[in-house]
Design a protein. Structure first.
Lengths: 373, 358
C-alpha cells in the first residue's frame, strides 16, 4: 500500500484519486483510493479505520446485558435488528424461552426498522445518482416510523429496546393505531416512489447493466442480503433459518437474477412491500401476556461457544460469543453484512465510470460504522 | 401606459441635445453598464431565491423563512457572507489563471445579455447578427470553466472541467441548429426582427411541428449548456464534490454561482424570444379586437412572464431528474439530438420554401 500523500499518478499515466474520507457520496468516513483512466475506473481500494471504535474489544468488558446496546452503534440504521441478534445469542446460551408477545413485538420492530432503513437507502441512492427530491420524500415517511419508535422505545435511532428474554417495556397504547396509520400512508407513497424514481428513464439507464455481480462471485465474496439476492443467491435468514415467528408468516424471499444495480434496487423495493405485508399480518395479532421472560439479575453464560445470525436490512448479521462462564464474554466477534458487501466493490466497479461507482456504492447500501467497528 | 421605449428615446435625445455626440455616447455606455450590473445583482438575488423556494415546495419543505418577510432577504444575507469571506487561493494553483477564471465566466454571461430584448424597444444592442452573437459568446464561458478546472490543480476540478468542456461544446451544436430553425422561418438573425415576425402568432404555434421539435431540443440543449441538472456533469456533487469550482471560496465562488443563474436567465430569454415572441403579446392571426386587448398588458410583463415560466421549467428539471452519466450525456447529444435537429432543419427548410407555416 502506497502512502496516501505521495500518490498522484501511476507509471501508466493513470490518475489516482482519493474519494473520501470526506466525500458526499461515501455516506460516512469511507476512504476509497481509485485509479482512473480518464473517467474509467481501473481499481478501487477501500481504506478503513477512520471510525474504528473497537466495539468487539469493548464488549469483552461489558456484561451480557450491557453489550447488546453497543451494537446499536454499528449499523445505526438497523440498530434494532443488531440488538435483536445479540439478545438471541444470549438467550441461546442461557436457553431462555421468549414469551410469544415479546417475539411478535420483536418481529414488528425489526420490520419497521427494515422499512426505515430501506427508505433512507432509497433516498440516498436517488441522491447519489443526482436526484435530490426523493431524499426528502423518503424522510417524510421515515419520520413516521421514527415517531412510532420514539413513543414505544423512547429513542428514534438507537432504540436499545431489546433485553435478553424479551423487550424492555411493553408497547405504547398508541403503537397499533400509529402503525396502522403508517401502513395506509406508506402504501400510497411507495407507488409514488416507483413513479418518481423506478420508472424514470434516466434512473434506469444509470442502474441497468451497471456493477454486475454474478451468482458465483456473490457467493465467493460472502455477500448477503439484498446484494446477494440481486444476483440470484438464496440467502434470506428469515426464510432459510427462521427465528422468532418468521416461520409462521407469509412472505416471499425476493430474488432477482440480473446482478446489476437495478436488480439490487428492485430487491429492496420489493422487500419494502414484503415488510409491509408482515407488519399487516402481525399488527392485529399481538398475543397477550408477558413482554419479557423472567431472568436472573446477573446473567452468566455457560462455558462454550454460541453463534446466532439474523437478517438485517443489509444482510446477514452474525454474533459469535465465546464464554468462559464469567459475567462478561471472553471474546465476541460480529459478522457484519456491510464488510463483505464492500469487499465486492472493486470487482463490481472496475471498468465502469466514476458516476457508476457512486451508483454501485449506493446500491450496496453501505453503512460505514457497520463495516469499520 | 408605461413605455420603456419612450423613456430610452427621450434620454437619448436629451443627451445628444445637451452634450456633443462622443460624450453622449460615453455617458450612455456608463448608464447601460450600471443598468447591466444592477440587473445582474438583482437577477442573482431573485433567481437564487426562486430556486430555493421552488425546490422547497417540491421537497415538502418550507425553504428559507427567517431573514426578512418570508425569507426574502436570505440571498442578501448569503451574499454578504460570501463578500466578507476570505477568497483563498490554494498553494499549488496557478494564481493568475485561478483568479482570472471567474471573471471570464462572468464577462461571457454579461456580454451575452446585450441583444436580449427586455421590452418593446428596450434592448442594449440590437445588432444584425444577434442570435449568432449570443451563441458565439455563450461558448466563451467554457474557456473560463476549463481555466478554473486546470488552474485549481485539483483532480476533481480537472475532471469536472473536462466533462464540462466536452458537454458544452457538444450541446452547442444542437442549440445552434434548433435556433437556426427559427432563423430560417424568419429570415433574419436580428432579435428584433425575429420578435416582430411573431406579430400574428408565436413561432411555436405558427411553425407547428418543426418549431415544437426545435423547442424541445433547444430546452434540452440549453439545460446542458448551462450545466444544470440533469446535465450538471461539471459539478456532480455526489461524484466530484463540486467539480470545477471545488477550490473556490468567497466572492470568486459567488461569481461562478451568479454567472450560472444569469446564464439560465439569458437562455430562457432567448428561448422566449425565439419561440414565444419575447415581449410580443399573445396575438392570434387577424383577431383584431383580441390582439388589441392583449396589447394592453405591457410588453415588459409579457417578456418577464415568459422568461420566468421557462426558468421554472428548467428548475423543475433539476429537482425531478437524476443525473445522466457522462457517456450517456454525449450519446444523447451525438446519437439522438444532433441527427434529429439536422433532420428537423431539413424539414424546416422544406416547410419554409413551401410556405406551409401560418
Amino acid at each position: 500500500m502506497k502512502n496516501v500523500e505521495e500518490i498522484g499518478t501511476t507509471e501508466q499515466g493513470e490518475l489516482i484519486i482519493n474519494v473520501g474520507p470526506q466525500h458526499p457520496s461515501t455516506h460516512g468516513v469511507l476512504h476509497l483510493v481509485i485509479t482512473l483512466d480518464g473517467e474509467t475506473i481501473r481499481n478501487v481500494e477501500p481504506h478503513l479505520g477512520y471510525i474504528h471504535r473497537s466495539i468487539e474489544k469493548m464488549c469483552e468488558s461489558l456484561s451480557y446485558r450491557q453489550f447488546i446496546y453497543v451494537t446499536s452503534r454499528m449499523d445505526y440504521l438497523s440498530s434494532h435488528i443488531n440488538n435483536h441478534g445479540c439478545a438471541m445469542c444470549v438467550e441461546k446460551g442461557l436457553q431462555i424461552e421468549v414469551p410469544p408477545r415479546a417475539k411478535v413485538i420483536r418481529v414488528l420492530m425489526d420490520e419497521l426498522t427494515r422499512l426505515a432503513s430501506h427508505q433512507l437507502w432509497w433516498g440516498a441512492l436517488a441522491m447519489d445518482v443526482g436526484a435530490l427530491t426523493p431524499f426528502f420524500h423518503a424522510f417524510r415517511e421515515r419520520e413516521m416510523i421514527n415517531s412510532i419508535m420514539e413513543e414505544t422505545c423512547g429513542a428514534r435511532l438507537t432504540m436499545n429496546y431489546m433485553v435478553p428474554g424479551g423487550v424492555m417495556i411493553d408497547l405504547h397504547p398508541n403503537f397499533q393505531p400509529g402503525v396502522k396509520e403508517f401502513i395506509t400512508h406508506f402504501k400510497s407513497k411507495i407507488d409514488e416512489y416507483d413513479e418518481l424514481v423506478t420508472d424514470n428513464v434516466i434512473f434506469q439507464n444509470r442502474m441497468k447493466g451497471v456493477g454486475t455481480l454474478s451468482k458465483e462471485d456473490a457467493i465467493s465474496y460472502g455477500c448477503t442480503g439484498p446484494t446477494a439476492r440481486g444476483s440470484g443467491v438464496r440467502c434470506d435468514v428469515r426464510k432459510l433459518f427462521p427465528y422468532e415467528v418468521y416461520a409462521g408468516l407469509r412472505f416471499d424471499e425476493i430474488i432477482e437474477t440480473g446482478g446489476d444495480c437495478f436488480a439490487r434496487y428492485m430487491v429492496r423495493m420489493k422487500e419494502m412491500r414484503q415488510s409491509l405485508s408482515i407488519i399487516e399480518q402481525l399488527i392485529d395479532n399481538i398475543p397477550e401476556g408477558d413482554f419479557q421472560a423472567k431472568t436472573k439479575a446477573v446473567l452468566k453464560l455457560p462455558k462454550g461457544e454460541f453463534y446466532t445470525k439474523i437478517e438485517t436490512a443489509r444482510g446477514e448479521f452474525g454474533v459469535y460469543i465465546i464464554s468462559e462462564g464469567g459475567m462478561t464474554p471472553y471474546r465476541i466477534k460480529f459478522r457484519s453484512p456491510g464488510f463483505s458487501n464492500l469487499s465486492a466493490l472493486n470487482h463490481m466497479a472496475r471498468g465502469y465510470k466514476i458516476g457508476d461507482l457512486v451508483a454501485i456504492m449506493g446500491s450496496l447500501d453501505l453503512v460505514i460504522p457497520d463495516i469499520d467497528r | 401606459m408605461l413605455s420603456l421605449e419612450g423613456i430610452t428615446d427621450s434620454i437619448h435625445n436629451w443627451l445628444n441635445h445637451a452634450l456633443n455626440p462622443t460624450l453622449a455616447m460615453l455617458s450612455e455606455f456608463v448608464m447601460v453598464g450600471l443598468c447591466v450590473i444592477t440587473l445582474f445583482a438583482m437577477l442573482g438575488l431573485v433567481l437564487i431565491m426562486m430556486e430555493r423556494k421552488v425546490s422547497a415546495y417540491m421537497q415538502v419543505r418550507i425553504g428559507p423563512n427567517r431573514v426578512g418577510p418570508g425569507g426574502m432577504f436570505q440571498t442578501l444575507a448569503d451574499t454578504l457572507k460570501l463578500v466578507v469571506k476570505e477568497g483563498l487561493t490554494p498553494d499549488g494553483a496557478d494564481h493568475f489563471l485561478f483568479n482570472l477564471a471567474p471573471f471570464v465566466v462572468l464577462s461571457a454571461s454579461m456580454l451575452a445579455l446585450a441583444p436580449v430584448a427586455f421590452a418593446k424597444g428596450f434592448q442594449v444592442w440590437d445588432l444584425p447578427i444577434g442570435i449568432l452573437y449570443v451563441s458565439a459568446i455563450s461558448s466563451v464561458s467554457v474557456i473560463g470553466i476549463l481555466m478554473a478546472g486546470w488552474a485549481s490543480n485539483n483532480k476533481y476540478s480537472l475532471l469536472g472541467a473536462m466533462r464540462s468542456g466536452a458537454q458544452i461544446v457538444s450541446y452547442e451544436l444542437s442549440a445552434g441548429l434548433s435556433v437556426l430553425t427559427i432563423v430560417i422561418l424568419t429570415g433574419s438573425l436580428r432579435i428584433s426582427d425575429i420578435i416582430q415576425a411573431q406579430q400574428d402568432g408565436w413561432w411555436i404555434f405558427k411553425g407547428h411541428i418543426p418549431a415544437i421539435i426545435a423547442f424541445v431540443i433547444f430546452l434540452i440543449a440549453v439545460t446542458a449548456e448551462t450545466n444544470r441538472a440533469p446535465f450538471d456533469m461539471a459539478e456532480a456533487e455526489s461524484e466530484l464534490t463540486a467539480g470545477f469550482h471545488t477550490e473556490y471560496s468567497g466572492m470568486k465562488f459567488a461569481l461562478f454561482f451568479l454567472a450560472e443563474y444569469v446564464n439560465i436567465f439569458i437562455v430562457c430569454a432567448i428561448g422566449a424570444a425565439l419561440f414565444f415572441g419575447g415581449w410580443m403579446p399573445f396575438h392570434i392571426g387577424h383577431w383584431e379586437s383580441f390582439n388589441h386587448i392583449m396589447d394592453f398588458i405591457p410588453s415588459s410583463i409579457w417578456f418577464t412572464g415568459k422568461t420566468f415560466a421557462l426558468i421554472f421549467v428548467i428548475m423543475w428539471f433539476r429537482w425531478t431528474f437524476p443525473r445522466l452519466r457522462i457517456d450517456q450525456l454525449l450519446n444523447l447529444e451525438w446519437k439522438y439530438l444532433l441527427p434529429i435537429s439536422m433532420a428537423n432543419l431539413l424539414l424546416t427548410t422544406f416547410v419554409a420554401i413551401k410556405g406551409w407555416y401560418f
